[in-house]
Write a protein that binds this ligand. Structure first.
Ligand SMILES: Nc1ncnc2c1ncn2[C@@H]1O[C@H](COP(=O)(O)OP(=O)(O)O)[C@@H](O)[C@H]1O
Ligand SMILES: [Mg+2]
Length: 240
């Protein structure tokens, strides 16, 4: 299935709850999806399962998962597995549904090989743009084919700077021109009236969408990967 087929299969498939991930912080379930002849696994996060947090409004984390996917797709970097917001016939109510990536659970940020490390500049820009407050090492997956994927973006898009990540590899270095181009293109798509902006409006608050633009513009103006902040925690806990 190509990406668009996967998205429509995620929206249409019959969902069967298979089990719950016990290491996640929320209600995170493995579901078996059946769509016509196709059967595949997905990760389902119902909005109702979210534990209240002091800094993010309850019931919005699964929308943030979908918004992160849309930003990743718009950048053209395809770091986040296809993700939809599923409303109809979801076993525990509306929530995010993301394609499950078969991966080696022993692999994560701290043991990437050289081929995978090539993608870290993109990861860092992506996290900065979405203001990811929780980029743990284990939220970077390596598929069985060796491709790098990013997961768990529920704690993103806050209007205040909250970037907490293990990925500071390129801090202070210039952002490569090709990545600046991708960023500039997405900033245009974030203006009112553009498709991406319209899609995000059902997932985020207007001030949160404006904050993506503000962070993106600051990255372009500064031209460098950001340095870790000194006035607050720069790393998530635990690290993995
Ligand atoms: N798309 C995915 N593909 C494969 N495994 C996933 C995917 N999403 C989540 N997982 C697995 O489920 C665990 C919990 O998911 P995560 O998104 O971190 O949820 P939580 O919001 O509960 O922390 C992850 O550590 C990972 O092992
Ligand atoms: Mg997690």
């Amino acid at each position: 299935m190509d990406q668009n087929e996967t998205l429509s299969a995620l929206q249409r498939a019959t969902l069967h709850l298979e089990g719950q991930f016990i290491y996640g912080s929320n209600y995170t379930f493995m579901v078996l999806c059946q769509s016509g002849e196709a059967a595949f696994k997905a990760v389902y996060k119902p909005s109702h399962g979210e534990r209240p947090l002091w800094d993010f409004p309850t019931g919005t984390l699964s929308q943030r998962e979908v918004a992160a996917y849309l930003i990743s797709k718009a950048l053209g970097w395809d770091l986040v597995p296809p993700t939809v917001f599923r409303v109809d016939d979801a076993p525990l109510g509306p929530g995010s549904l993301q394609l499950f990536i078969d991966h080696d659970p022993e692999k994560h940020y701290f043991n990437l090989d050289r081929r995978q490390k090539i993608h870290l500049p993109k990861v860092m820009l992506f996290d900065h743009l979405i203001n990811n407050a929780d980029r743990k090492a284990g939220h970077i997956l390596i598929s069985l084919e060796g491709r790098l994927f990013l997961i768990d973006h529920g704690l993103s898009f806050h209007v205040e700077d909250k970037l907490r990540t293990v990925v500071w590899d390129h801090a202070g270095k210039p952002i490569p021109p090709a990545l600046c181009q991708d960023l500039a293109r997405v900033l245009l798509e974030l203006t009112s009236g553009a498709d991406l902006h319209a899609d995000l409006e059902s997932l985020l608050q207007p001030e949160e969408i404006a904050a993506i633009q503000r962070r993106g513009q600051a990255l372009l103006d500064g031209g460098k990967f950001p340095l870790p902040p000194e006035d607050r925690r720069a790393y998530p806990w635990p690290l993995v």
